[in-house]
Design a binder for this molecule. Structure first.
Ligand SMILES: [Zn+2]
Length: 754
């Protein structure tokens, strides 16, 4: 009884288990069918889609093929853009960069190709290629099923996807798709496309396309370009070791690039040589020797790479072009250059003026280097930068970051050199004083050595002793004259009187600094800021001066109008910035008026207008010379154009004892402004409509002229912000008038223009 019960129980259990198993089987079966159907439908869908797109993709292959054929038949000279003529054969439409008038300033041609015929490809390369990529290339119909199965098992053994089993034809198919994302769809496409290509092209033609189109990293497409880039030789001359290296790059150009990762490059190179021996192209015993010889002979440093890359890039305005490149990498990404043949980039630059400025800077630097006491081996580190901007639009017309753009030296000093600005900052002290009605352009100060105690400053800055450049003093000067002669001691006294906070605010607002940046770069207790004890880039200083030239309003400078992709779609456009008022029109005008004096006889750049034919142009300027003449500056403004030039030694060495901003930097801008007159209509600073009061003033006292005593020293065109005009009569004696007049004239002959 008991036994039977147990038996029944067991039977029941097994029936249950069987039932469960059956259930499982059925659901497994159904799921599989569903998955299979979905997969089948998907593949069907992809195949249908493929049939729609097939024509386009095969057409692309035919275009490639025809171009390669045509280009390899005859050498054609690549259109000469700027630099030297290169007999480059090019099929890719370049990305073109235009200046503000639609003139081409350069082209990005990262994929410019040298096409070659098969007979000009080293056999070594082809052997290495077949060994590793497709050893049955001549025997399959586009797909190597054996290789796929082999790769599948190898991958299982290694527990990772190490081999794809893709044939050369499949890899070529991959190149033909414009979208390069990884997906099942693409895999199916590759498969179908390979079949199609094999139907339409001979094996030789497929190979011809492949060797000319495959990517080897660092912008090099095709074996000839890769050979030039990695070994600086033609692909015909590749030996076994070199061929193996190029082939080692195909599966992952950056991972195995010797320029990027020497260890993995070496390992992969060795593996390729081993594989070549396995297949029988070389002897097993030679592998180590070839490997060793190769790495003894070849060194890969990035500098060489960039030098060699130069063969695929030419342009007129290297600094501007490099800045455009950086801009795009930053805003859009590096891939822009790979996927946008025929794109157009519209910039604000002025090609003619840019080219002219570079020439001018070069010849100017030449004489400065000759005058320099540095040894000739340091000459190239005496450098300069120029930037010119349209103040009311913010368009940067000229941007020169040095005297020669080379692969070793791509520093764009316009943005990257932050240097002592010296006297070039004084106008911003005065503009703040005038804006806040603490000073007027005619306030008189004593021009003599001063020591100023700065309360609350750290010990180091507590007692501030100020002298003039070369200890030249002129007795008494008004502020207009102080800017003309660039008096340090008067700027210091004004800074003491007004404080530097107003000036700091104006500067940081104009440049858009955060409060942290402002506090680090311009600490408040430091009155010496008024004398330019602060580092700025030429771009920053230029921006400050555009604010004055634009009558107190800042418009954000920019250099790219828009970027248009090959289909004509605008993918980037600079939004017009809303002008931001920093100081009143009145204050800006008064400072511009004061700065005119710098370019008049006796001023620190007083020799410029007559020597450069600029007498009839309304120009204002300011020189700058930092401590020990380490940095020399010149800024020149007109309502139409604002220019800034800096010259100095790259590592901040002293390069001259005598060359000042007025002597060494001003001529560059003078020549460029003269050139600009050919195409720009210069404006003039005007006070029409401004609330300024015109009132005669005695220039020796800054007061209302007293009849008789002041007659010789009256400025009848003095202008004041309403309410700041002087009310008292000049109280200086006749004798004091004469004394002051004589004292300032004593220095007149020895102008040096600092
Ligand atoms: Zn007087």
């Amino acid at each position: 009884m008991f036994k039977i019960k147990k038996k029944i129980q067991e039977e029941l259990k097994s029936i249950k288990e069987k039932k469960g198993f059956k259930k499982f089987l059925i659901s497994f079966f159904i799921t599989s069918i569903i998955i299979f159907i979905i997969l089948f439908l998907y593949i069907l869908y992809v195949i249908i889609e493929w049939n729609f797109e097939k024509k386009e993709i095969i057409k692309q292959a035919e275009i490639f093929f025809n171009t390669i054929e045509k280009e390899t038949e005859e050498d054609f000279l690549y259109k000469n853009v700027g630099g030297k003529e290169h007999s480059l054969k090019n099929v890719k439409i370049p990305i073109t960069v235009y200046d503000y008038k639609g003139r081409v300033i350069g082209e990005f041609t990262t994929e410019k190709r040298n096409y070659i015929e098969l007979k000009n490809v080293s056999k070594n390369f082809l052997f290495a290629l077949f060994s590793t990529e497709d050893d049955e290339f001549f025997f399959h119909d586009g797909i190597n099923y054996k290789a796929i199965i082999r790769a599948f098992f190898k991958n299982i053994i290694r527990l990772r996807i190490a081999e794809g089993g893709s044939t050369i034809t499949q890899q070529l198919s991959k190149i033909l798709f414009t979208t390069r994302e990884r997906s099942i769809k693409r895999k199916i496409y590759e498969f179908l496309c390979a079949k199609e290509i094999e139907k339409r092209f001979s094996k030789k033609d497929i190979l011809l396309m492949y060797v000319n189109l495959i990517f080897f990293g660092h912008g090099a497409y095709g074996v000839e370009n890769a050979s030039l880039l990695y070994f600086n030789k033609k692909s015909k001359e590749l030996d076994i070791g070199e061929s193996a290296l190029l082939v080692s790059l195909i599966s992952n150009p950056y991972k195995y690039s010797p320029f990027v990762n020497l260890t993995s490059s070496k390992a992969k190179h060795y593996a390729v040589l081993k594989r070549m021996a396995e297949v029988g192209y070389i002897k097993e015993k030679d592998v180590n020797k070839i490997y060793k010889d190769f790495w003894d002979k070849h060194f890969f440093n990035q500098k060489d790479m960039y030098k060699r890359k130069n063969i695929v890039k030419t342009n007129y305005c290297p600094y501007a072009m490099e800045e455009v490149r950086r801009f795009i990498v930053d805003k859009i990404g590096e891939e822009f250059f790979v996927n946008n043949d025929g794109a157009k980039i519209y910039t604000t630059f002025d090609k003619d003026l840019q080219v002219y400025t570079l020439d001018t800077l070069k010849s100017n630097l030449k004489w400065i280097r000759n005058e320099s006491f540095l040894s000739p081996k340091n000459y190239n580190s005496i450098q300069g930068a120029v930037i010119m901007t349209v103040p009311y639009t913010g368009e940067i017309r000229v941007m020169i970051g040095g005297d020669g753009f080379t692969q070793d030296n791509q520093l764009n000093r316009v943005f990257q050199a932050k240097r002592h600005v010296g006297s070039a900052l004084k106008p911003f002290l005065y503009i703040s004083g005038i804006e806040n009605k603490v000073i007027t352009p005619y306030d008189v100060f004593e021009d003599k050595e001063v020591t100023i105690e700065i309360e609350g400053a750290p010990k180091k800055y507590r007692y501030w002793n100020v002298k003039n450049y070369r200890d030249k003093y002129r007795g008494y000067l008004n502020i207009t004259e102080a800017i003309k002669y660039s008096s340090n001691v008067i700027a210091a006294q004004v800074a003491y009187k007004t404080g530097v906070e107003g000036m700091i605010n104006i500067i940081s607002e104009t440049l858009g600094w955060s409060s942290t940046e402002t506090n680090t770069r311009m600490p408040e207790y430091q009155l010496s800021l008024a004398l330019g004890a602060v580092d700025m880039s030429p771009f920053e200083l230029n921006k400050l001066y555009t604010m004055i030239a634009n009558m107190g309003e800042i418009v954000e400078p920019f250099y790219i109008y828009k970027i248009v992709d090959p289909k004509g779609k605008v993918i980037y456009e600079t939004q017009k910035s809303i002008p931001k008022r920093i100081v009143s029109k009145e204050a800006a005008f008064l400072v511009a008026k004061m700065m005119r004096e710098v370019l008049r006889p006796g001023g620190t750049a007083g020799w410029i207008p007559s020597n450069y034919g600029l007498v009839n142009v309304d120009l204002a300027g300011k020189t700058g010379t930092s401590q020990d003449n380490k940095d020399i500056w010149f800024n020149m403004i007109n309502p139409e154009l604002v220019g800034t030039v800096w010259i100095g030694e790259d590592t901040n060495k002293r390069f001259s004892k005598t060359i000042t901003g007025g002597v060494g930097a001003a001529p560059v801008l003078a020549a460029v402004f003269k050139k600009a007159l050919e195409t720009y209509i210069m404006g003039s600073f005007t006070y029409d409509g401004l609330s300024l009061v015109k009132q005669p003033v005695c220039i020796l006292s800054g007061k209302v002229p007293a009849k008789g005593k002041c007659d010789e020293y009256v400025d009848y065109n003095a202008l004041f912000i309403e309410g700041t005009e002087p009310g008292d009569y000049c109280s200086l004696s006749e004798e004091e008038h004469k004394k002051r007049a004589v004292m300032r004239s004593l220095q007149a002959e020895k102008e040096e223009g600092f």
